[in-house]
Design a protein around this ligand. Structure first.
Ligand SMILES: *Cc1c(COP(=O)(O)O)cnc(C)c1O
Length: 324
């Protein structure tokens, strides 16, 4: 396993760094969900994590390993989503500077939330400016350390702590189902499952509109796609990372996809039946379990609910017609 970016010990170390800082989120059960799927579903509630998503785990784990010089200069990230808030809050908790680069047409509520955690937000025009070049310039000029949203060992190990807690709480599972964008969460969770329960089936779920991971695993190399059109905005990644792909190749059994309609149906179900407010991307794994995309009947199954950051009006608009 030494060729991989992380191993189980890295996740255990990350979990120690996060103790008393990240929430140990609950595992939710629902008789209705079990009846509907024919399985025993154990939902890991990362929509109840700090900043409303698991990304706090990876961001905090990465920043807590900065050396003195890195801490003195600060951190930079490119993101308009949950990674931005994860880095902003983690930096504040460490008392260091955070610069977040976001497109100027990012939702005002997300810009405000990121500033609310004390980060400096630098806006760019996504049509005329090169984000990477802008970020590199800023990072170099001011000595900032870039933390990417998934392709980094400390981020991957941090995200894996969600699965570690789940197994610590419920013991062995037959199947673990995990949302998938760039593969940070899945690589961390798969590392834990493989190490602790070698026969546990590990499944990643991505939006049908953007099945780059499915294609990458089938072809054995990273397949890049245009930004997919899906309501799962946290999984609109164009490609897996050079560090996440090998972990998925070695540890993951299968990648499945779900449609936006299945995500909306699941948002309505989780809200109506389980009283849980989960964002579209956060529903990927639950949608696969509830829609029959993964064979779960008769099995003990872990399902990661990965985040809950969706505007209330948007949530109402999407779920208005969903049955629950
Ligand atoms: C980022 C994100 C994902 C995807 O995570 P990756 O590590 O990129 O695979 C899934 N759900 C939510 C809510 C996210 O914010």
């Amino acid at each position: 396993m030494s060729n991989l970016a992380i191993d189980y010990d890295d996740v255990v170390a990350a979990h120690r760094r996060l103790a008393g800082v990240a929430h140990h989120t609950p595992v939710l059960r629902s008789t209705t969900a079990d009846e509907r799927s024919g399985a025993s579903l154990h939902f890991k509630a990362e929509h109840l994590q700090r900043i409303g998503a698991f990304k706090f785990r990876g961001g905090y784990n990465a920043i807590s390993q900065f050396d003195r010089d890195q801490k003195a200069a600060g951190v930079i990230a490119f993101s308009s989503g949950n990674h931005a808030q994860a880095i902003a809050l983690s930096a504040r908790l460490h008392g260091i500077r955070a610069v977040i680069v976001m497109p100027e047409d990012a939702p005002a509520i997300k810009i405000a939330a990121t500033r609310g955690y004390g980060a400096e937000v630098v806006l760019y025009d996504r049509y005329t400016q090169d984000r990477e070049a802008l970020g590199r310039e800023l990072a170099e000029a001011e000595g900032l350390t870039l933390i990417p949203p998934f392709n980094h060992p400390h981020v991957m190990a941090g995200q894996g702590t969600a699965a570690k807690e789940l197994f610590d709480d419920v013991g062995e599972l037959d199947t673990l189902i995990v949302p998938l964008g760039g593969g940070g969460l899945l690589s961390g969770c798969a590392t834990v499952a493989r190490a602790r329960y070698p026969s546990c089936r590990i499944i990643g779920v991505e939006p049908e509109a953007g099945n780059d991971a499915q294609r990458s695993l089938a072809s054995g190399e990273i397949v890049s796609i245009a930004t997919p059109r899906t309501i799962a905005d946290g999984a609109q990644t164009q490609a897996l990372g050079s560090l996440t792909l090998p972990v998925l190749q070695q540890c993951v059994d299968e990648i499945v996809t779900v449609t936006d309609a299945e995500l909306v149906d699941t948002m309505g179900f989780l809200a109506g039946r389980m009283k849980q407010f989960v964002e579209p991307t956060g529903c990927l794994a639950a949608a696969a379990a509830l829609s029959g995309r993964v064979a779960v009947e008769g099995l003990r199954v872990g399902v990661i609910l990965s985040g809950g950051n969706v505007d209330l009006n948007r949530f109402a608009e999407l779920t208005r017609d969903a049955q629950s």
